[in-house]
Design a binder for this molecule. Structure first.
Ligand code: MN
Length: 253
């Protein structure tokens, strides 16, 4: 079993070291991660400049580690190029939850997605950002419990896992919360008096039971199976019925 560990917080984040330490119990483990923080990079790839891949000593991780001057998706692509037959890519532990609509922005999830696109399996792992130092020693046995469930589950090619900040009450299967949009633009001024803008996080709606966000608010570990296919199957069936089009009608037009 070969396990590649990446993240979007950067190779020197304590979260990736904690995840690599847990991963090493499950198989051969190697870290390939961005040189600097790439949070909110989503699934972007670097196509307009060359990438580098450099060995980086990470003493506490106790596994081989490499840094890449690119995005999480770049790291997984380069990591799987240099190390063949990777079975599972773990991405995290991100210092910041990845719940609901955050999945569209998440570089952490993108690391796992890139694995799924390249024929491996991907598991993203996140925890809430807090002002205090994260308690990785408390969370590591829970991360291990999650991997005991997910690593042998070969039918699940893409998963999003969130850990609560405090000792979890247990582990739950969840669905992505999509009704709860939490992006808000806040205007400000720079020192020259010019207007600038920040995205911030403001909860808008009540949280639906059974979702990732609900599980975290209830103090559980959330595990959400995801898929690469974004097609709305019901909408496709409906429009195909309501607005039938085919090659012949285009050729005639
Ligand atoms: Mn991050």
């Amino acid at each position: 079993m070969r396990i590649l560990v990446t993240n979007d917080d950067g190779v020197y984040s304590p979260g990736i070291t904690a995840l690599a330490q847990v991963a090493a119990k499950f198989g051969q483990t190697r870290i390939v991660a961005p040189h600097v923080e790439m949070s909110s990079a989503a699934h972007s790839i670097t196509a307009s400049r060359p990438l580098t891949y450099k060995r980086t000593p990470l003493r506490d991780a106790q596994v081989e580690a490499y840094r890449v001057n690119g995005t999480p998706a770049d790291c997984v692509a380069l990591g799987m190029y240099h190390w063949e037959k990777v079975d599972v890519v773990l991405s995290g532990i991100n210092l910041g939850s990845n719940l609901g609509n955050a999945l569209w922005h998440s570089g952490t999830l993108a690391g796992a997605q890139q694995a799924a696109l390249l024929g491996a399996r991907g598991i993203a792992v996140s925890m809430p950002a807090a002002e205090t130092e994260p308690d990785f020693e408390m969370l590591k046995p829970w991360a291990a419990r999650v991997l005991e469930i997910l690593v042998p589950a070969r039918d699940l090619c893409l998963l999003n896992v969130n850990l609560p900040a405090k000792a979890p009450r247990g582990v739950l299967w969840t669905r992505q919360s999509v009704r709860h949009y939490d992006g808000k633009v806040v205007p400000g001024k720079d020192p020259m008096g010019r207007t600038n803008y920040w995205f911030t996080v403001v909860p808008i709606e009540a949280v639906e039971e059974g979702t990732d966000r609900w599980a975290i608010e209830q103090g559980y570990v959330s595990m959400t199976p995801l898929r690469l296919n974004l097609t709305d199957e019901k909408a496709l069936a409906d429009v195909a019925r309501q607005h039938p089009v085919n090659k012949i009608s285009f050729a005639a037009a």
